[in-house]
Design a protein around this ligand. Structure first.
Ligand SMILES: C[S@@+](CC[C@H](N)C(=O)[O-])C[C@H]1O[C@@H](n2cnc3c(N)ncnc32)[C@H](O)[C@@H]1O
Length: 278
């Protein structure tokens, strides 16, 4: 629930004029040590969001609630995470909403898991698969720290062994060779469900497209997102000098209904007791 004031247990973002940022959870009795002085957490608790709080030497910081974008960028990580610009698009593209059941692999540091968990809410579920125990432990800690772990089922498993769930609404793969797992993906998705993958190179995209052509998927799309930030100065509005030029390619597809073949049982059908040869 959003309140007007910062409270014990809230995750806060402090922004300095020097563009330095600090993100942490408020704990009674704790202190934040900055290069511009010390702030006691008790001196922050009770302040309004959007207010200034000052260090012991009077340096001001703006007190804000961090956005999901900031939370994702701020997680502890041992892997490349999915960037917020892709995450936002993945969420709308794959219809991720409260109550949805979604599978993802690999969990990695839990960047995408975090956004999925917040979006599906307590009524939905994120089933996340990771092959490496240390990675899973890191992601679990990241989700627990933000109070979202209850919306997530963590599987420690190589997805080459398949997925446990069936009839899920959406499935996203952030692994090196997603084309190996399409049979398992199709088995886990409901008919018409959303499949998505993120790949850093075009040759990986080609491999996945070739595999999708051979599998029961349709409405295939390949997309790339470029995000350019601007210097927010009204008199000299222009882009920032540097940008992240490449993150990854997104591939989306829909799972198709495959009718169960009607078996030819003519030879093994039970015979009627009235058959002449009984
Ligand atoms: C790029 S990271 C995923 C990052 C994650 N999406 C995030 O936003 O933090 C890829 C992860 O997939 C895991 N992985 C790769 N192949 C896998 C497989 N076959 N089964 C399960 N996990 C796998 C790796 O161990 C690694 O942690």
């Amino acid at each position: 629930m959003t309140t007007s004031f910062a409270q014990e247990g809230d995750i806060v973002l402090l922004l300095g004029k020097d563009k330095r940022e600090f993100m942490f959870r408020l704990r009674t009795g704790a202190e934040l040590h900055t290069h511009r002085g010390v702030i006691r957490h008790d001196a922050i608790i009770g302040h309004r969001w959007g207010e200034q709080v000052k260090t012991h030497i009077g340096y001001p910081y703006l007190l804000l609630q961090p956005s999901l974008d900031k939370l994702i960028r701020g997680i502890r990580r041992n892997t490349q995470i999915v960037y917020p610009k892709e995450i936002g698009y993945i969420l709308v593209k794959m219809n991720i909403a409260p109550g949805v059941r979604v599978i993802e692999a690999g969990t990695g540091s839990g960047g995408l898991t975090l956004a999925l968990a917040r979006m599906v809410g307590p009524e939905g579920r994120v089933y996340t698969y990771e092959a490496r125990p240390a990675m899973q432990a890191l992601a679990r800690r990241n989700l627990e720290r933000l109070g979202l772990a209850d919306n997530v089922v963590f599987h420690l498993r190589d997805i080459a062994e398949g997925f446990e769930e069936r009839e899920v609404d959406a499935l996203f793969l952030d692994v090196r060779e997603p084309w190996h797992y399409l049979e398992a993906v199709h088995a886990a998705l409901r008919s018409g469900g959303f499949f998505g993958a993120l790949l850093p190179t075009t040759n990986q995209v080609s491999e996945l497209l070739a595999a999708l052509e051979q599998a029961p998927f349709g409405f295939v799309e390949v997309e790339e997102l470029l995000l350019r930030a601007y210097k927010p100065v009204p008199q000299r509005l222009r882009p920032e000098d540097r940008m992240v030029a490449h993150t990854g390619y997104l591939v989306f597809a829909r799972s198709l209904f495959v009718p169960t073949p009607i078996a030819d049982h003519a030879d093994d059908a039970p015979r009627s007791t009235n058959d002449e040869d009984v």
